[in-house]
Write a protein that binds this ligand. Sequence first.
Ligand code: AMP
Length: 490
Amino acid sequence: MNLYALFGCRFPADRKALFLIEPDGGKLSYAALDERTARLAGRLIELGVAPGDRVAIQAEKSVAALLVYLATLRAGAVHLPLNPAYTAAEVRYFLEDAEPALFIGDPARGAGARQKAMLAEVVETATGRAGFEDVAREPDDLAAILYTSGTTGRSKGAMLTCANLASNAETLRRAWRFTAQDRLLHALPIFHTHGLFVATNVTLLAGGSMLFLPAFDLDEILRLLPETTAMMGVPTFYSRLLSRPDFVRALVAHMRLFVSGSAPLSAETHREFEARTGHAILERYGMTETNMTTSNPYEGPRVPGSVGPPLPGVEIRIADSATGAQMPQGEVGMIEIRGPNVCKGYWRQPDKTAEAFHDDGFFISGDLGFVDERGYVHIVGRDKDLIISGGLNVYPAEVEAAIEAIAGVAECAVIGVPHPDFGEGVVAVVMLRPEAALDEASVAGALAGSLAAYKRPKRLFAVEALPRNAMGKVLKNVLRETYATAFRDR
Ligand code: AMP
């Protein structure tokens, strides 16, 4: 089993069909994809890359960088993509930890435009043998190592097998009905599970095509949406689209599907998007270690604020984080996941792997949530973001949803910071809509009917923008530092 060969079985019979289109008109057919990755895979082997070796790459998003991923699979090696934003010191850690046979990048300079041009040339002129045969792999062999974007402690390398990636891509292709007629708008980074595996692997398995943007550029997206059938994004893509008055129903009337994930999509954004476009965004939940785990249905209700039921073949249970006991339906606890989608563990960290898995194979996600009476999963926040105020649990997602429902609020993040009486006090950091005004008293008034007093923020800060990472996740550790002394003198 070679993952690329598996994709290859599903390529369109007419290999002149397009796999990838660039905004400037550049085109790559399936025939060209096959030929270029064969040459590049051959070159990797000539350079000494053996089956199971890691091939690390730190590069700006480009077609060449995507071809490196697929060529690495063909050579039987393990793809290891690194965020171009990592500094030389950070890259050194990953290289020492993963010991790749080959590193593509420039540790001294990071991943700039110059490197992008060089990489394109290397890939273009690769001269591996003709008639390349994909290197055989076992289902349990590694296809990729993705380092978690962990905000505390050392980043861990999630070991993803060929079977993990193959099964999840096939499950998603079916669940979301991707076909050769689809053209996906691809504006996500390709060093992360969402843009790399969900978007690319599903497209390849469907024999479809993608419009491949170097980054999220609002004007470009508005220009190109009419040429696509589906889009995958992080929640900020959708809120940014909604901020544009020229993002109108007619522009997307022809589209089949909008998918959101990697961070919570607010129920407000979901509703506003549906009101504006007629499309209900399909929200799904996953993580680097587990691939995709739940998804709202293609047919059937897509519930705002929920990530939907588990995908076929995936098991979910909700456990008491302290005792591990199963929680009754409807109650909040640790989300635990088992299935062919879940990674093999953390690279060279058997102790971290042991901590993350139960003996029966369930993976401890670190996310808190509950399952409603329909079987839909609701995420209430990361375990480490749980606020304990006066001995009572406050789930940030619940408070954030209540604040985002107040007129004038665009986005909100709720954190807990040290409080002299309560241990932790609830703090809300709010981004307002243009020209809106809001103060602590009016928010308190608006929440009085919807939230118990202990859950309501004791302090409110208005900001221009929330700090987010490349995947649109709010950096709550940064907020906790910024507002650490919010209650010191009160
Ligand atoms: P990453 O490994 O970078 O993909 O991050 C995975 C984490 O993102 C999960 O553990 C969740 O905390 C969060 N996440 C992903 N999708 C969603 C979603 N639809 N709603 C809420 N949180 C999400």
